[in-house]
Design a protein around this ligand. Structure first.
Ligand code: PGA
Length: 237
């Protein structure tokens, strides 16, 4: 695991360079994307670089980590909507090359892994981290062998995400998420953690034991992981 500690603006620039390098080397790369506040700076930077011609997504394929159960892609809080608005509509990717787990037809969840395999596997998976150590929506206790599946969201995750909804009651109780095994199959992983609220979790997943209690700790066993931390997120290392 390579740890980089940088200011937030620098993280966006450096993380974006990984996409420039990858897509110029392999224009048909398969990219795993994430939602949340953390990747927004990177997505802004990718759109800027795309506009300026530094990279093209025209032949890329994308797979997002997760989606709320019960929300379709037109719902403003769905992750499909988030990705269209914050990235896909701002870059030159054909929208049919973009994939987000189906939040309505959740019984086809496991087919998502087959689709990823059929596309050639994920070259670069972007991750954020939940306050409880989750990656995707793989909450503490999720088996490391899990593939894309329906998950029950913990109260702490629903609380953390309530800021995007009118009230906590509107936050879905379930989601569809790539499993931990799905994530670990990615050839390379790019994790970004920002802010003091993540500092203890960052310490736990980087320095603690590898345990399902801290889902992100499995990344210690992946051969190619870059972790970008701002000074606040790194403050307990
Ligand atoms: P955040 O979410 O980027 O909004 O902090 C990260 C996550 O829950 O994985």
């Amino acid at each position: 695991m390579r740890i980089h500690i940088e200011k937030q603006e620098q993280i966006a620039r450096d993380a974006a360079q990984k996409y420039v390098e990858l897509l110029n080397r392999k224009p048909e790369a398969v990219l795993g994307y994430a939602t949340g506040s953390t990747p927004l700076g990177l997505y802004f930077e990718l759109a800027r670089l795309n506009r300026e011609g530094a990279l093209s997504f025209a032949r890329a394929t994308t797979f997002n980590l997760d989606e709320y159960a019960g929300l379709d892609g037109t719902h403003p809080q769905s992750y499909r909507y988030f990705m269209n608005k914050n990235l896909f509509y701002n870059i030159d990717i054909p929208i049919e090359n973009t994939h987000v787990p189906n939040g309505i037809n959740t019984d086809i969840a496991a087919k998502y892994d087959e689709a990823i395999e059929a596309a050639g596997g994920i070259d670069l998976q972007l991750l954020g981290i939940g306050n409880n150590g989750h990656i995707g929506f793989n909450e503490p206790g999720t088996p490391f062998g899990s593939v894309t599946h329906v998950v029950d969201l913990t109260d702490s995750t629903r609380q953390a995400n309530a800021r995007f909804f009118e009230s906590i009651d509107e936050v879905p109780t379930q989601a569809v998420s790539m499993g931990i095994k799905t994530v670990m199959k990615a050839k390379s992983i790019l994790m970004i953690c920002i802010g003091k609220a993540k500092a203890q979790t960052v310490r736990d997943f980087i320095l603690g034991e590898v345990t399902p209690d801290v889902p992100a700790s499995i990344l210690q066993l992946h051969p190619d992981v870059d972790v970008y931390l701002d000074p606040d997120a790194a403050s307990l290392l």
